[in-house]
Write a protein that binds this ligand. Structure first.
Ligand code: IMP
Ligand code: MG
Length: 174
């Protein structure tokens, strides 16, 4: 079940996303950027965030999976790779949540080999206490406790992505 009360409300999310968009816009002033959304989880965050960025940008996507039900496997499967060549570009990787960090670490290193001019990470949520690898999150929405959350793009077994807010997911036995 999903707990009734939002863990992060629509207003809290939108206000933080506006701040992140403003920060990115000022950090990349005078530059072009390529914003890469990691699907499916980042779908909502990506579309809200990019609309808050005022510098010229292009969009691209990676479709990956790394999670079986609610436990981290550390196996990253690339279902669809980028369409764009990122050589020489300023790339921002946009992810919904960093848990163990294995997924982003893998993707970060994969993209770094393609010689972007710069490569930064922007994640809405950070479960910092769960981190297994060293990873620098350049732009972070919220640090959250070790709870399984759904909504705003995040899923449990591919459900609940369309909840407009974030909620804590709890399994009820029986
Ligand atoms: P990591 O590789 O352990 O950092 O896992 C990151 C991926 O696991 C994220 O991109 C999410 O798809 C998924 N994930 C981790 N925690 C949650 C959660 O609380 N709710 C939904 N998905 C999660
Ligand atoms: Mg994800």
């Amino acid at each position: 079940m999903v707990t009734g009360k939002p863990f992060l409300t629509v207003e809290q999310i939108q206000s933080r996303v506006r701040e992140l968009g403003a920060k990115l816009s000022s950090d990349y002033e005078g530059k072009n950027i390529l914003v890469v959304g990691i699907l499916k989880g980042a779908v909502m965050f990506f579309s809200d965030l990019t609309r808050q960025i005022s510098v010229p940008l292009s969009m691209d996507f990676l479709i990956v999976s790394s999670y079986i039900k609610d436990s981290t496997t550390g196996n990253v499967k690339i279902h669809a790779d980028l369409r764009e060549d990122i050589n020489g570009k300023n790339v921002i990787l946009v992810e919904d949540i960093v848990d163990s960090g294995l997924t982003l670490k893998y993707l970060y290193e994969m993209l770094l080999e393609r010689n972007p001019a710069s490569l930064k990470i922007c994640a809405l949520l950070d479960k910092k206490s769960r981190r297994q690898v060293d990873l620098q999150i350049d732009y972070r929405g919220f640090e959250i406790p070790d709870e399984f959350v759904v909504g705003y793009g995040l899923d449990y077994e591919d459900k609940f992505r369309n909840l407009p807010y974030l909620a804590i997911f709890k399994k009820v036995s029986g």
